[in-house]
Write a protein that binds this ligand. Structure first.
Ligand code: ZN
Length: 337
């Protein structure tokens, strides 16, 4: 089937689970009640995707406060009790981040029992990539960014293999840091990513993007000029890596779509839904983006997705956008198939 659909990863959380419409939202309950609330929200997240006709669903990241820190919470060697303020993504915005204070080690499963039991659809699971993790945590132990990134890559690999054993069909590493530190991506970022994905037999993907639709990001995008060509510097190295899929934003982004031609051997998860705008796309809008992408990527290598995570959006908007995604891909099959 042409143009299967998926989402970048996250969906908004219900207001009974966490404070709505914000990143790093505080939980509304604790202990067992919080565990049950997370599970209930996960089932709803799966259901709205199924209703919208999404082919490769996610658990909506309902059980994690943030896509990076959700992974860090069950790792020994990280001090969450004493967070420090750090400028992240080359100081684009400040965040309160935990600190690495000792050798890193998984305490056990990080992402146990999220979603696989609740759907028969193909399941994608997102993990933060090594470069993005080290850009979102303070180092008081390793004293070397690259060394710390590879320590995280080892842990990611362990968790990714366990997710695969759970029946996850696609593991996606989110690397928004990849278009901020382009030289480092080529020096070691791709290698760290390959280490994280080493030995996986399920499908693998990397998501790169210009960030959520929050103000710090939209302000930054204003400074990037008429054409966003950062990917030109890193796509050749990604294309040479064994990672199979690349997920990037295409709708309303200033990334020239011809850069996608650099991804000669990859499946492209093309973002056809804008997460920085509350305007709900029409199915026709989705067809247009898929058509434009297909000038540079063979149709059989295109998956339709959202530009980025939907965590900070209003629920009703996110759900309407999911419906547009499902309907748009179906229409694209009719018109372009
Ligand atoms: Zn993103």
């Amino acid at each position: 089937m042409l143009f299967p659909t998926t989402i970048a990863g996250s969906l908004p959380k219900p207001e009974w689970l966490a404070e709505p419409n914000m990143l790093w939202a505080p939980w509304k309950s604790q202990g067992d009640e919080l565990l049950r609330a997370k599970r209930d929200a996960t089932m709803l997240a799966v259901k709205v995707q199924e209703d919208a006709g999404i082919d490769i669903v996610t658990e909506g990241e309902q059980a994690r406060q943030h896509f990076v820190h959700g992974f860090l919470e069950k790792i020994d060697g990280i001090d969450f009790a004493h967070k420090v303020e750090m400028g992240i993504r080359k100081d684009r915005y400040k965040a309160m981040v935990p600190q690495v204070v000792a050798p890193l080690q998984l305490k056990g499963r990080v992402h146990a029992d999220e979603a696989r039991a609740h759907t028969k659809k193909k399941l994608k699971f997102t993990l933060p990539g090594p470069m993005t993790i080290i850009d979102t945590i303070a180092d008081r132990y390793y004293g070397d960014r690259v060394k710390m990134a590879f320590a995280f890559a080892d842990l990611l690999n362990e968790e990714a293999k366990a997710l695969q054993a759970d029946g996850v069909d696609l593991v996606q590493f989110d690397e928004p840091a990849f278009n901020v530190y382009m030289d480092e991506v080529n020096d070691w970022g791709i290698k760290a990513l390959e280490r994280a994905a080493q030995g996986l037999t399920c499908a693998t993907a990397v998501h790169i993007c210009y960030g959520y639709g929050i103000k710090a990001n939209t302000d930054w995008k204003e400074t990037l000029g008429a054409q966003w060509r950062q990917y030109e510097q890193i796509f050749p190295a990604i294309d040479a890596s064994p990672i199979q899929q690349v997920a990037i934003e295409c709708l309303n982004s200033k990334v020239p779509l011809d850069l996608l031609a650099l991804l000669k051997t990859k499946i492209v998860q093309a973002g056809v839904i804008d997460v920085a705008s509350d305007t709900v796309e029409t199915a026709e809008d989705v067809v247009q983006v898929i058509d434009a992408v297909s000038k540079f990527v063979p149709k059989s290598n295109i998956i339709a997705t959202t530009n980025c995570g939907m965590a900070p959006m209003r629920r009703e908007i996110a759900e309407a956008k999911l419906m547009a995604l499902g309907a748009g891909a179906a229409l694209a099959r009719e018109k372009l198939g």
